[in-house]
Design a binder for this molecule. Structure first.
Ligand code: RIB
Length: 296
């Protein structure tokens, strides 16, 4: 496999995921007994770094951990992610409370913790190790995203943004500096104000004509669009156990395909296969497959 010589940096969150198996999602005013509870390593940033590493891409992860966060750093290291830029800060690590219902769907309550303690000094120090042509991957679970985008762009880095979860923190980001958007239908709707997937793609094309877009559509698969080029990929049907990190697995594997110079339709297929395996297993990082499994 020929991964380009550029370096890949993922500046992203690291979370402890407290996952509760429930009959249905708890409702306002309701007290609901859960059936099982497990703690997993997660966070969109960490999941995507691990997906990249398991897909065969050497990746540097930058991010912050707090109390009880050593396991997050250890999990990255054990999965082959370079952890030189992960730092320890005081206070709590990022964490989530995740409910997974009978159909495998989840709902996530996020506490940013250490992920939201980024400083400009730390960002500058990390980005100082990267240069023109290197790739930067970002999600929206850390603070200073706008600053990171601006500084990385000045350095000539190629920026891939997964604007997830979509919230007002993204409003201050200069999206014209983004080379790739990897997003789902809901995020696409929030970003463009359009509902229909074709209209979301068309609007993104108008707003950011130089950016390549991959839009995931749940059971409807995914679509790649760049200027006049457009490709679709369906999903691989499996028994769904837990959808947590399926999108992150898709993102990691699709980026691996870009770095290997694969044509977009093949990249979509590879990413769809990897995320199908992820939804058939429990947890976040624990569900992300190795490249050999995806191949077979
Ligand atoms: O995308 C899944 C991830 O989102 C979980 O691991 C959780 O930490 C949340 O950040």
């Amino acid at each position: 496999m020929g991964v380009k010589s550029m370096k890949v940096l993922n500046f992203g969150s690291l979370n402890l995921d407290y996952v509760y198996t429930v009959d249905h999602m708890v409702m306002a005013g309701e007290t609901l007994a859960s059936k099982e509870m497990h703690t997993f390593c997660g966070g969109k940033g960490l999941n995507q770094s691990i997906a990249l590493a398991r897909a065969g891409v050497p990746v540097y992860h930058a991010g912050l951990i707090g109390e009880e966060g050593e396991i997050l750093l250890q999990t990255c290291a054990e999965s082959g992610v370079n952890t030189d830029f992960i730092r320890r800060v005081s206070g709590k690590s990022g964490h989530t409370i995740i409910q997974v219902d009978r159909s495998g769907q989840n709902c996530i309550l996020l506490y940013g913790g250490a992920n939201r303690s980024m400083t400009r000094e730390y960002v500058d120090e990390v980005l100082g190790h990267f240069a023109k042509g290197d790739m930067l991957l970002l999600q929206n679970e850390i603070n200073l995203l706008n600053y990171i985008v601006d500084r990385a762009c000045e350095r000539g880095m190629e920026i891939v943004l997964n604007p997830s979860p979509y919230d007002s923190h993204l409003d201050s980001c200069d999206f014209s500096k983004i080379s790739w958007f990897l997003l789902n239908e809901i995020e696409g709707r929030q970003l463009t104000g359009e509902k229909d997937p074709d209209r979301i793609l068309a609007r993104l094309g108008e707003l950011y004509p130089e950016a390549r877009v991959v839009l995931t559509l749940g059971a409807e698969g995914s679509v790649y669009r760049y200027k006049k080029e457009q490709y679709r990929q369906g999903i691989f049907k499996v028994d769904v156990r837990d959808t947590t990190a399926a999108g992150d697995t898709f993102t990691g594997y699709f980026i691996a395909s870009i770095l290997e110079g694969m044509p977009a339709p093949e990249g979509l297929k590879l990413a769809a296969r990897a995320s199908a395996i992820a939804v058939s297993r429990d947890g976040a990082t624990s569900s992300i497959p190795m490249r050999e499994e995806v191949r077979s």
